[in-house]
Write a protein that binds this ligand. Structure first.
Ligand SMILES: [Zn+2]
Length: 423
């Protein structure tokens, strides 16, 4: 199967300006040519995209596609498999909205990633952390990331998702091994104290030695460590241990930012989540804290941009298909150039999650994960919100959604049909 998207304005994923009058040739799953040619011989179907933007599929570096803890608590009458089907639906709709790769920072078990890779279900190419590791008595009182800890010590435990608490140097090292044994692509740690009247807020729940052990074990295995950490002491502890990214980092101060710049640690701000808490959280206390989070989050992003910290786009917005568009819009609103914002969700995101040899740019040899947009997101970033102007979402050379699909050559059904013997 070979076709060419002819005459579009190409955003190549690096942050460079659009290249007008550019054609992108796709053969099977890959991009095989990017040029100003318009004629590719009789074996190549032509699809005219003159005036449209052609860009790489979006990458959401921080998502949670299986927020079981919330679903199982708020909708206890539903079964676990029903909630799993909602995750499947969410994965498909997020793909259809243009997010062709994503990282799940805790919740989703590795089977979802494998099912997408095997073509059983539709969704972004996934990297999964399985669970969010944390010290006992750090964040766990929050219904959510640690599961709900009731006074009766009840919490949510799922098969193939390791329980998330670990303490002591040996315990922390063993927990990383357990995550890797269940198929984690990277390790997510949460070194943060949920606001409490009883405990000092600015502390590192884990000791330096505990975080050192987790980073050492992950890095020895060739996988990254991403850290949720907000405040000075907790952030500096994980940075000294050598984490690869700070996620959210709502209260990063100048010293933390300087340390991140020096070490070139990635920052994934996830502002769309704190914007939601500030503007839409139905709980008045949550909304009040949300305003602090959002304002701190925006300030941290501005400091990071000034200091030259590498930035990747993530949303931390479970199952909200417009989250990447909202994140990019916010980044631009607070001072990032549209080119840098788009690169943070394409080429630079792929650099960060180590998939740049596969996706993230419009370049010969990479997988054909691409979008065709009726509009110019560099001039008008909000165009990404408008699903009607997203004329094509393509993943691995296969059309996913959009009004351009009838113009493309006919593709075989993407789902394999496997019959399993009954009895
Ligand atoms: Zn998260």
């Amino acid at each position: 199967m070979r076709f060419a998207l002819v005459g579009g304005n190409v955003f190549d994923g690096t942050g460079s300006p659009l290249r007008p009058g550019t054609s992108v040739v796709v053969e099977d799953s890959k991009i095989v040519g990017v040029s100003s040619d318009r004629d590719f011989g009789s074996d190549t179907a032509l699809v005219d995209v003159t005036g449209r933007t052609v860009m790489p599929g979006l990458i959401d570096c921080h998502q949670h596609f299986g927020p079981w803890f919330q679903m199982l608590i708020t909708e206890q009458s539903r079964s676990l498999m029903y909630h799993a089907c909602r995750s499947i639906d969410s994965l498909r709709s997020i793909l259809e909205s243009g997010t062709t790769s994503a990282r799940d920072l805790g919740g989703l078990e590795a089977g979802f990633r494998d099912a997408i890779n095997d073509g059983l279900i539709a969704g972004p190419r996934l990297k999964v952390a399985l669970t969010v590791l944390q010290a006992t008595n750090s964040f766990e009182m929050l219904p959510g990331l640690g599961g709900l800890i009731s006074p009766q010590e009840m919490y949510t435990k799922l098969p193939a998702v390791p329980a998330n608490w670990c303490d002591g140097v040996d315990g922390c090292r063993a927990k990383v091994r357990e995550c890797l044994r269940w198929g984690a692509d990277f390790i997510k740690i949460l070194n943060d104290q949920f606001p409490s009247k009883r405990l000092k807020l600015d502390r590192s729940p884990w000791t330096q030695e505990e975080v050192d052990a987790m980073c050492d074990e992950a890095h020895r295995s060739g996988v990254m460590v991403s850290a949720h950490a907000y405040r000075h002491e907790a952030v500096m502890t994980v940075l000294r241990a050598g984490v690869d990214s700070i996620e959210e980092g709502c209260f990063l101060d100048e010293e933390c930012i300087q340390e991140m710049a020096k070490r070139q640690v990635w920052y994934v701000p996830c502002i769309s989540c704190t914007v939601w808490h500030a503007e839409s959280n139905p709980d008045p206390e949550g909304a009040k804290y949300g305003i602090q989070l959002r304002d701190g989050n925006i300030r941290a992003l501005q400091l990071a941009m000034e200091a030259g910290v590498p930035i990747a786009c993530g949303t931390d917005s479970p199952m909200w298909s417009g989250a990447v568009a909202r994140e990019l819009e916010t980044m631009v609103k607070v001072g990032m150039s549209p080119g840098d914002a788009l690169a943070s969700a394409t080429g630079r995101a792929a650099d960060f999650i180590r998939t740049a040899d596969e996706v993230g740019r419009i370049k010969a040899g990479l997988e054909a994960d691409l979008l065709v947009i009726n509009g110019d997101p560099l001039a008008e970033i909000t165009v990404l919100h408008d699903i009607d102007r997203l004329e094509l979402v393509m993943q691995g050379g296969k059309p996913v959604s959009g009004s351009l699909i009838p113009s493309l050559p006919k593709f075989p059904n993407r789902l394999p049909r496997v019959l399993i013997g009954g009895h």
